[in-house]
Design a protein around this ligand. Structure first.
Ligand code: IVH
Length: 707
C-alpha cells in the first residue's frame, strides 16, 4: 500500500461531519494503513512516515471511534492490546548504557567496597597521606520500581525509554508523557541534549486502590507496586498508562551535551531546578560511617515512606572521582546498592529435585510449599550443591527457613529441627544423571557433580539452547524456556543452527498447538533480527565453560574476528606455544579458563556447531566501535609494569581498557606498549630486548589525558 503524502491531502472532515458510511469506510482504511505502518516499523525497521504523522493517524482513528462507538472494528488499532511482550514498542539503543549496581548486604561488604574504591584511587595525595581518608558519598533510597531514561533536546522531552537490557530499551515516550512528574519542558537553562534517568514507581496506597478497582472489574491483580508500575508503563495504549498513578524520581543521567555539575549532589539539584522530583530522603554524607547510619535509620522508617524501597544506593559524590573509577562490565565502580536484610519465612520442603545445567552440573533445587516472602510467592529455592545439603542436613519433609533478597533466587538458610518428621532420611545425592542416566562424577577438588553424558544428555542440550537464545546471548525474543524444551523434545530444534532453519522454513510449527500465523511470523522475525551478532555475544552464546560476558568481551576485543579467534585457538592447542601464551597473558584470563576455551574450540562437535551457524546465515561482526575507537590506544596491546606514582595499576588498566586497549600481563612481540613505573622487573627488560615501545609515567599520563 502506498501512502499519500500528508501534505497536499484534502483536509479531513471533522468526525462529527462524517456520515456513518463514510466513518465505516475511513475506519477500515485507517485499520489497514496503521497495520501496514506497524509492520514496516516493527518488522522491517523501515518506517515510511514520521512518528508525528503516525500519531495523527491513530488519533484520527480514535476520534472517529469516539463519535461512532458501534463501528469500532475487531481489528482496530485502538484494540490492539495484549500483544506478546516487547512486540508493540520500538527498540531504542541507549546513547550511554543504563547500568546496574553491585549489591552489598552487610556493613562489612560496604566498608570493603569503599576500601577497594580508596585502593583504586590510592595514588591521590589525599589517600596516600591518609589511607582511611573519607570519600563523600550521596546516599539515596533505592526505589523499587522500573528505571527509565528521558531524553530532552533543547529543553523538550523527545524520547523516553525503558532500561531493557541496558544497551537497548523500548520506546515508551507516549506513555511517559502521561506522567505528571515527567516535565515536558525543562525549566531554566539546560544542555542542548540531556538524558535524565530515574525510577518510575507507584505509591503503596495507589497500588492498593488500583488493585481494588481491578478486582471489582474482574481483572487480574498485580503482585506488588513494582509489577504494577512496570505493567502500567508498558501499555500499548498510552491512555491506559495515563489512568495509572505513576510517579518518577530522578537520580542519574545518560548523555549530556555539556557537563551538568561537578558532583552528584549538585547534579541532583539541577534536576530539581529543571522540574524533576528528587527523592527528599537523599543525603550528602561526608563519611561512609555517616552513610551507614543513614541506611540504619531509613531501614527503620521504610514502612512509613509510602512507597517501596529495597535498600540504599551510595554514590561517590565527586564526578571527577567517578570518571576515574569508571565501570566494570555493567556496574559502576563508584556506586553500590546496600540492600535491606533479606526477608525470611518458614515453609515445608516437599521434595528435592536435581536439575542438570548446560555444562552437566547437577544442581539440587528445593520444591517448597508455596509461601509469600516480601510480597512474592516462593515455591522453589536453590540448594547449591551436595555439600551444602549435607552441611545443613536438609531433608525432604523438613520445615525450613527461607530467605529472599532482591532479585536473587531464594535460599534455604536452615532447617527447623524440632519440626523434622520422625521417619525422615538424609538426602542421597544421585551419582547418575537424573535425565540421561549417565554417570555423574565429581572431579577431585570440585564441589560440583557433573553428568558425563555430554552430547547424549537431553538436559544439557536443552540448557545449552536456552543459554544460546538468552538475553545476553542471541537474545531471541518470544522464545521461552518451555518452547525450547518442547522444540527439542519434538526434534524441531536440536542445535543452534536449527533455530535459523526454522526462521526460513517454519513448517514444523504450522498446525502446532499454541502457534498461529502471527506468532510464527513474530518468532521468525525475532530470529532473523538476530542473525547478525557482535562477536562478544556470539562467544558468550557458545556457552564455553567459565566464559561469562566479561571473558567473552575480552576474547572479542583481543581477537577481533571470529576467524581470528578460531585460528588463534587452533594454534593455542600447543600449551607451550606462543598462541597459548598470548591467550593466557590476556589480563583477566587465567590458565584454567584459557584451557577451557582452547578445549572448547578443539572439540569437533563445537566446530560443527559454529560452521553450521555460519552456513545458515549467521553473521558475526566485530564488537561495535565505541567512542574508544578513535583513541591512540584502540586495538593496542598494553602491558603495565612497576609502580606508578599517580594511579594504581588497577586504575591504569581500567583506563587503558576504557580507551580500547587490550591489556596483557606479559610482554611479547605482540605487545605495542609497555608502561614502565618505578622499580620495574623483567617485563621492562624484555620490552627493551624485543624493541617494544616503552612509556614512562609522564608520557603515559600525557597519552591518556589527550585521549
Ligand atoms: S543508580 C549508574 N539510583 O536500581 C547507576 N538506581 O540495581 C545506575 N534504582 O536499574 C543506577 N533507585 O532501576 C540508582 N537511587 C537510585 C536507584 C536506582 C532504584 C534501581 C534502578 C537500577 C537498579 C540497579
Amino acid at each position: 500500500m502506498t501512502r499519500k503524502p500528508t501534505t497536499g491531502a484534502p483536509p479531513a472532515k471533522p468526525p462529527e461531519a462524517l456520515t456513518e458510511a463514510e466513518a465505516e469506510a475511513e475506519l477500515a482504511a485507517l485499520a489497514a494503513e496503521i497495520a501496514e505502518h506497524d509492520r514496516r516499523y516493527h518488522q522491517e525497521d523501515a518506517p515510511t512516515i514520521s512518528d508525528a504523522a503516525y500519531d495523527a493517524l491513530r488519533r484520527r482513528n480514535e476520534a472517529i471511534e469516539a463519535r461512532f462507538p458501534a463501528l469500532v472494528r475487531a481489528d482496530s488499532p485502538s484494540r490492539r492490546v495484549g500483544a506478546t511482550p516487547g512486540q508493540g514498542f520500538r527498540k531504542v539503543a541507549h546513547s550511554r548504557p543504563m547500568l546496574s549496581l553491585d549489591n552489598a548486604f552487610t556493613d562489612e561488604d560496604v566498608l570493603a567496597f569503599f576500601t577497594s574504591v580508596r585502593q583504586f584511587l590510592r595514588k591521590d595525595v589525599e589517600f596516600r597521606a591518609d589511607p582511611a581518608a573519607s570519600i563523600a558519598v550521596v546516599a539515596e533510597p533505592k526505589i523499587d520500581g522500573v528505571s527509565a531514561s528521558l531524553r530532552y533536546e533543547k529543553g523538550r522531552f523527545v524520547l523516553g525509554a525503558t532500561r531493557g537490557d541496558g544497551i537497548e530499551g523500548e520506546d515508551v515516550t507516549a506513555n511517559l508523557r502521561t506522567l505528571a512528574e515527567v516535565p515536558k519542558l525543562l525549566s531554566g537553562p539546560a544542555p542542548d541534549v540531556i538524558e535524565v534517568r530515574g525510577e518510575v514507581y507507584m505509591r503503596g496506597r495507589d497500588f492498593l486502590a488500583l488493585n481494588a478497582r481491578r478486582q471489582e472489574a474482574g481483572e487480574p491483580l498485580f503482585a506488588n507496586p513494582r509489577n504494577s508500575a512496570a505493567g502500567s508503563l508498558r501499555q500499548l495504549d498510552p491512555a491506559v498508562t495515563a489512568g495509572r498513578p505513576l510517579r518518577f524520581f530522578a537520580y542519574a543521567w545518560g548523555e549530556a551535551s555539556e557537563e551538568i555539575a561537578d558532583s552528584h549532589w549538585h547534579a541532583l539539584q539541577r534536576f530539581a531546578g529543571w522540574g524533576f522530583r528528587v527523592n527528599p530522603e537523599t543525603r550528602l554524607c561526608a563519611t561512609i560511617e555517616e552513610a551507614l547510619a543513614f541506611h540504619r535509620d531509613l531501614a527503620g522508617r521504610r514502612a512509613d515512606l509510602g512507597y517501596d524501597i529495597d535498600g540504599v544506593v551510595y554514590k561517590v559524590d565527586s564526578l571527577a572521582l567517578q570518571r576515574r573509577l569508571g565501570f566494570v562490565t555493567r556496574a559502576p565502580r563508584w556506586a553500590l546498592a546496600h540492600k535491606f536484610p533479606a526477608e525470611r519465612a518458614q515453609t515445608r520442603l516437599l521434595r528435592i529435585v536435581v536439575q542438570v545445567g548446560r555444562t552437566g552440573a547437577l544442581t539440587p533445587v528445593a520444591e517448597l510449599e508455596p509461601i509469600t516472602v516480601g510480597g512474592v510467592v516462593v515455591s522453589r529455592a536453590t540448594l547449591h550443591n551436595e555439600d551444602e545439603i549435607a552441611r545443613k542436613d536438609v531433608r525432604e519433609g523438613d520445615t525450613v527457613v527461607i530467605q529472599r533478597a532482591g532479585d536473587v533466587i531464594p535460599q534455604i538458610v536452615a532447617v527447623v529441627p524440632e519440626r523434622r518428621p520422625p521417619d525422615s532420611k538424609p538426602f542421597a545425592f544421585p551419582n547418575e544423571c537424573p535425565i540421561c542416566h549417565s554417570h555423574a562424577v565429581r572431579e577431585p577438588g570440585e564441589v560440583v557433580r557433573r553428568c558425563t553424558g555430554g552430547l547424549v544428555c537431553p538436559a544439557q542440550a536443552v540448557e545449552r539452547l536456552r543459554h544460546f537464545v538468552s538475553r545476553d546471548a542471541f537474545d531471541i525474543e518470544g522464545l521461552g524456556e518451555k518452547h525450547i524444551a518442547a522444540f527439542w523434545e519434538d526434534g524441531i530444534v536440536r542445535n543452534p543452527a536449527d533455530l535459523f532453519r526454522l526462521a526460513e522454513d517454519p513448517t514444523p510449527l504450522v498446525d502446532r498447538e499454541g502457534w498461529k500465523e502471527t506468532s510464527i511470523a513474530n518468532l521468525q522475525r525475532a530470529i532473523r533480527a538476530r542473525a547478525t551478532i557482535p562477536l562478544d555475544r556470539f562467544v558468550y552464546a557458545l556457552g564455553i565453560r567459565q566464559v561469562g560476558e566479561a571473558t567473552a568481551r575480552l576474547l572479542a576485543r583481543n581477537y577481533e574476528s571470529l576467524e581470528g579467534l578460531r585460528a588463534a585457538m587452533a594454534a593455542a592447542r600447543d600449551p607451550d606455544g606462543e598462541a597459548f601464551h598470548d591467550l593466557d597473558a590476556i589480563s583477566g584470563i587465567g590458565e584454567s579458563v584459557a584451557r577451557d576455551i582452547v578445549e572448547f574450540f578443539a572439540e569437533p562437535h563445537n566446530q560443527t556447531v559454529i560452521d553450521e551457524l555460519l552456513a545458515v546465515g549467521v553473521r558475526v561482526v566485530p564488537v561495535a566501535a565505541s567512542r574508544a575507537a578513535a583513541s591512540p590506544l584502540a586495538g593496542r596491546t598494553v602491558v603495565i609494569t612497576g609502580e606508578l606514582e599517580r594511579m594504581t595499576r588497577r586504575e591504569a588498566k581500567a583506563r587503558a581498557e576504557a580507551l580500547g586497549a587490550k591489556v596483557a600481563e606479559s610482554v611479547s612481540k605482540k605487545t605495542d606498549l609497555v608502561v614502565v613505573g618505578a622499580n620495574p622487573g623483567s617485563k621492562a627488560t624484555k620490552a627493551r630486548e624485543l624493541g617494544v615501545r616503552t612509556l614512562d609515567e609522564a608520557e603515559w599520563l600525557a597519552l591518556i589525558d589527550g585521549a
